[in-house]
Design a protein around this ligand. Structure first.
Ligand code: NAD
Ligand code: MG
Length: 388
């Protein structure tokens, strides 16, 4: 039987690459979703002929439905459309490639439907990791990471012994565009500079997260939940070349790693074909040409967002949900040029100081913390922008 997939966030960087992989493997695409890019959704719908297209922006629904009238494809709008796409029948894998915690409800819906989750949407695990992992266990839903570091760790853990034999996870970080910068130079960073990542071409939010290094903090929290490892057993290693995608160190001192060129089609394809490995168009590493690799430690003093995320990772309850929500608001402000680069860290820090962590055992508690953190971060962002 051909594999049948749903792609949540098909118009984004991961979504488009997922559809490239789906086309090259000949997979059936049952549903796609986007926020408001009607042109691209129409084009993707005509190419892949899914049963359902969901678009989050209510204003875009009528337009898209009109454009697809001749195809018989169902078009849905609003947040419920995303949930419906996530849980539709006759699907094997749901690729969660939306950005932000808006992916939480659809991810839970796909889990409840027992689907395999190819998880790119890290914010979902950051804000509700325990809840999501417990639901996956209860419903027998496999979660296969798409994030390159987590895919590498997943692969480095395969076929090994007991959890107790894992000494630590080594999470590699490119260091982003401002590796080696000082606090002083970070003060004048522009949006255009922050959007220039040295190794990866990605959506705007994750590119800014990579520049502040919040991305690596979010990934540490993501790894804690995916691999059930406490934060003190995860070390971040800066590796500028992004060839070693992450590693696992075992009790005997052996380190197992996964290597490859920095191309997201590799972890995307693996999440779709696991446990099989199929040929792919991705370039090969060429060791004989003198591949050089460097490793060093991260700078927690210059990159305050990384420090804040590591602090949240060590706290119980809603702290990570608050961190994530404040960061989503702060990055949106930075992308709208409504605050400076270093204000992102300031907004996250002040929001975290104002909102104490609460127990995070229900979806309601997490949504409440997320909502409060967003409002608080918006207020702080407005105060900060008045000051400058
Ligand atoms: P992107 O901005 O390129 O795409 C995001 C997608 O989400 C788009 O399809 C957009 O239409 C949709 N979307 C945005 N807001 C929405 C809303 N309110 N409701 C419904 N849909 C909405 O982002 P991306 O770079 O593809 O990243 C997607 C996720 O994958 C993120 O969580 C990111 O951290 C993670 N990730 C990305 C990469 C990468 O290389 N791009 C690597 C690892 C992990
Ligand atoms: Mg990553």
């Amino acid at each position: 039987m051909r594999q049948r997939i749903v792609v949540l966030g098909s118009t984004g960087s991961i979504g488009k690459q997922t559809l490239d992989v789906a086309a090259s493997l000949g997979l059936t695409v049952r549903a796609i979703t986007g926020n408001r890019n009607v042109d691209l959704l129409e084009q993707q719908a005509r190419q892949f002929l899914p049963a359902l297209v969901a678009v989050a922006d209510e204003a875009a629904v009528v337009q898209l439905a009109n454009r697809l009238k001749d195809t018989g494809i169902r078009v849905l709008g609003g947040p419920d459309g995303l949930v419906e796409a996530a849980s539709m029948p006759e699907v094997d894998t749901v690729v969660t490639a939306v950005v932000g915690m808006v992916g939480l409800r659809p991810t839970l819906a796909a889990i409840e439907a027992g689907r395999r989750i190819a998880l790119a949407n890290k914010e979902t695990l950051v804000c509700a990791g325990e809840l999501v992992m417990k639901a996956a266990k209860r419903h027998g839903a496999e979660i296969i990471p798409v994030d390159s570091e987590h895919s590498a760790i997943f692969q480095s853990l395969l076929g090994q012994g007991k959890q107790s034999e894992v000494k630590r996870l080594l999470l590699t970080a490119s260091g982003g565009p401002f590796f080696g910068a000082t606090r002083e130079t970070l003060q004048t960073v522009t949006k255009a500079q922050a959007l220039q990542h040295p190794n990866w071409s990605m959506g705007a939010k994750i590119t800014v997260d990579s520049a502040t290094m919040m991305n690596k903090g979010l990934e540490l929290i993501e790894a804690m939940h995916l691999f059930q490892v406490p934060p003190e057993k995860i070390s971040i290693v800066v590796h500028r070349e992004s060839i070693v995608h992450s590693m696992v160190e075992y009790a005997d001192g052996s380190v197992i790693a996964q290597l490859g060129v920095p191309d997201m089609r590799l972890p995307i394809q693996y999440a779709l074909t696991y446990p099989a490995r199929l040929p792919s168009p991705v370039q090969q590493l060429n060791f004989a040409d003198g591949l050089s690799m460097t490793f060093t430690k991260p700078d927690f003093d210059t990159f305050g967002c990384l420090r804040l995320a590591c602090e949240a990772a060590g706290q119980e309850g809603t702290a990570c949900a608050v961190l994530n929500a404040a960061n989503e608001v702060a990055v949106a402000c930075f992308l709208n040029e409504a605050c400076s680069f270093l204000d992102v860290e300031k907004i996250v820090q002040k929001t975290m100081e104002e909102i104490p962590s609460q127990p995070a055992d229900t979806l309601e508690a997490i949504l409440k913390a997320d909502d409060l953190a967003r409002k608080t971060a918006c207020r702080i962002a407005a105060e900060e922008s008045c000051r400058t």
